[in-house]
Design a protein around this ligand. Structure first.
Ligand code: ARG
Length: 600
């Protein structure tokens, strides 16, 4: 059950072959001029170049063959040798019926599914999430859903930042400011063995009552500032990081508490954003793999001493920019950001053996990943090309810099969602929507509209592009926005509900009117959009499809009456088109991670 683009490509390829030319030239694409044709094939021009023949002559030969295809109502040559194809109403009707009968509305399943791990979001203990984390979450979630929908076996991992220098900073700051906690920490021995459970319980009880999320939010930024001016404090924090990693027991207890407090809050926020991880692993999870890994790197001759630290050199002669070495063990003996990333590759290979790992992380970390990937390939921890950084630009403020709150601070995900929800409430009221909803339904709808606004505004751009945060525009019910899409889907639901109440049922699709044609062509283009989004790891192609589909439905609904259609058969056909459009729109929205309400 191929989409038209693919089945026409096959026909055109066969025609090129019959004309004595390589079949690759038969690739068919959607027409640039939908007023003239549905599809086009430009292969005659390229074929002419390589065969040193006249393009129009080749095109004429191919057209003669294609004219016999009963699915095509017209096959014409345009310009220097472009071939324009138009699909007959009958063939389009057959295709539309196929899509209507398919639970996936024409989306295919991969022939060769792979195991893919997607590393995204990457929040950190205690450090507030910034817009980079927001984009990573939104884009990563969408890529995860898309890959899974296409048939890959996919795991999404949050890769929690819980093992770096910020942990040492937090530990040192708390020990400095709180004598009671310090005394309890010092009572614990260096290792778990021999620790008195009562002492540990006392420390935990103290932490539970005294150190909540708000405290971490206060302590971390202050400590982070302090280490910039206070060299002795910085030194202590670095030592504390190394001691934590080496297993100092009192520090491990503190650390567990910080992790627990941060994680509970983060999970709640991600849940509100419709982002769910299969794995919530952290940098700390690979701690035990680091020592043997360092041994292996050493045995392979990859590890080099450098000013007391140990590094892996990954630069190549033909590098156009400086690629720094991977810092594996710092001079204090700590594992670094890249160390845990390298060990995590090993861990993933042992547990899941992925064909591909995608890192959905801010573009600004491109060099970090280049370094880690090279080290992994050198060490034989991954197959060349199986690690890919899916970078993205920033969400900026009107000043063109990464978005900050009005007070100049990093934006908290929680506050962002609340802002979007508040704006959504305003927009709904302004549009006269939601008046019949209960308060609870109204709140649910406002939440969905707010989240859809944020996500769609992000996903409609190619991920590499930066964009400006503009909540007014994002939440509008008009234009290319999440709320517009939700509104259209709610509208189709209401059309279908009314039809069902009147006892009307969907039936066989028969394409006649232009607006019906356009809608059916778009339904058919779903598979192509998914393919492109998948290949380029770029959900904007799905977003674009969803938007065009919603627009096309809107035109269809204006031009083609459903309940007052001239015949029962016509009404049934149009209902089937509406019902299929809704299903496909919902599938596309789901791939974007956007949830639509039942009513507005
Ligand atoms: N926690 C990191 C940060 O905030 C992002 C983690 C990305 N993933 C990774 N495997 N390094 O910058």
């Amino acid at each position: 059950m191929n989409d038209l683009k693919r089945s026409l490509s096959e026909a055109a390829s066969a025609a090129f072959q019959a004309a004595g030319l390589p079949p690759e030239f038969g690739r068919v694409t959607a027409s640039d001029r939908p007023d003239l044709a549905d599809f086009q094939c430009n292969g005659a021009l390229a074929a002419a170049k390589s065969a040193k023949r006249n393009p129009r002559e080749i095109a004429t030969q191919v057209v003669e063959i294609l004219k016999a295809d009963p699915r095509l109502s017209s096959v014409e040559i345009a310009g220097a040798g472009f071939i324009n194809l138009r699909v007959s109403d009958e063939a389009l009707s057959v295709r539309a019926r196929e899509i209507a009968a398919d639970a996936r509305t024409g989306a295919q399943v991969l022939d060769a599914p792979r195991r893919v791990l997607i590393d995204y979001a990457g929040p950190n203990v205690a450090k507030p999430m910034h817009v980079g984390h927001l984009r990573a979450s939104i884009i990563g979630e969408s890529i995860k859903r898309l890959y899974r929908f296409r048939g890959d076996e996919v795991l999404g991992d949050a890769h929690f930042g819980d093992w770096g220098f910020q942990m040492g900073l937090l530990i040192s700051a708390i020990l400095d400011e709180d004598a009671a906690i310090r005394a309890l920490v010092e009572k614990l021995p260096d290792t778990a063995a021999g620790a008195d459970p009562a002492d540990e319980a006392a420390l935990n009880a103290e932490l539970d009552t005294r150190i909540a999320l708000a405290d971490l939010d206060r302590i971390y930024p202050a400590a982070s500032l302090r280490q910039k001016e206070d060299a002795a404090f910085k030194e202590r924090a670095r030592k504390a990081t190394a001691e934590l990693q080496n297993g100092r027991y009192g520090y491990r207890v503190l650390w567990s508490h910080f992790v627990k407090v941060s994680r509970v809050a983060l999970e709640r926020e991600f849940h509100a954003l419709g982002v769910d991880f299969d794995l919530w692993k952290g940098e700390s999870d690979v701690n035990d793999l680091i020592e043997p890994m360092v041994g292996q790197l050493e045995a392979k001759g990859l590890l080099v001493e450098d000013q007391g630290a140990r590094i892996v050199r990954v630069a190549r002669e033909d590098d156009k920019q400086d690629v720094p070495p991977l810092l594996v063990v710092s001079s204090e003996g700590s594992a670094m950001y890249g160390t845990t990333d390298l060990a995590t590759i090993l861990d993933r290979r042992q547990s899941f053996d992925p064909h591909l790992i995608l890192y959905c992380v801010d573009q600004r970390q491109a060099l970090h990943f280049e370094t880690v990937f090279r080290a992994a390939y050198l060490a034989g921890y991954a197959d060349e090309g199986s690690l890919e950084h899916i970078g993205f630009g920033t969400m900026n403020g009107t000043d063109g810099k990464p978005f900050k709150t009005r007070a100049g601070g990093v934006l908290k995900l929680h506050d962002l969602i609340e802002m979007a929800r508040e704006k959504a409430r305003e927009r709904l009221r302004e549009a006269g929507l939601g008046a019949e909803l209960s308060e609870e339904q109204f709140e649910d709808t406002a939440h969905k509209v707010g989240v859809a606004a944020l996500k769609f505004a992000d996903l409609q751009n190619f991920r590499g592009t930066s964009y400006v945060f503009d909540l007014d525009r994002f939440t509008s019910f008009e234009g290319k926005t999440g709320p517009y899409l939700l509104y259209q889907s709610v509208r189709i639901k209401s059309v279908l509900r009314k039809a069902a109440e009147a006892g009307a049922t969907a039936g066989e699709i028969v394409i006649g009117e232009q607006a019906e044609r356009d809608l059916a062509m778009l339904l058919d283009a779903f598979e192509g959009a998914l393919q492109e989004a998948y290949d380029k790891k770029a959900p904007n192609f799905v977003a674009e499809h969803a938007y065009r589909l919603a627009q096309s439905f809107s035109k269809f609904y204006a031009a083609c009456p459903i309940m007052s259609a001239d015949t029962d058969a016509l009404r049934a056909s149009r209902l089937a088109l509406a019902e299929t459009t809704l299903r496909q729109l919902e599938l596309a929205l789901d791939l974007l991670g956007v949830e639509a309400p039942e009513r507005m």
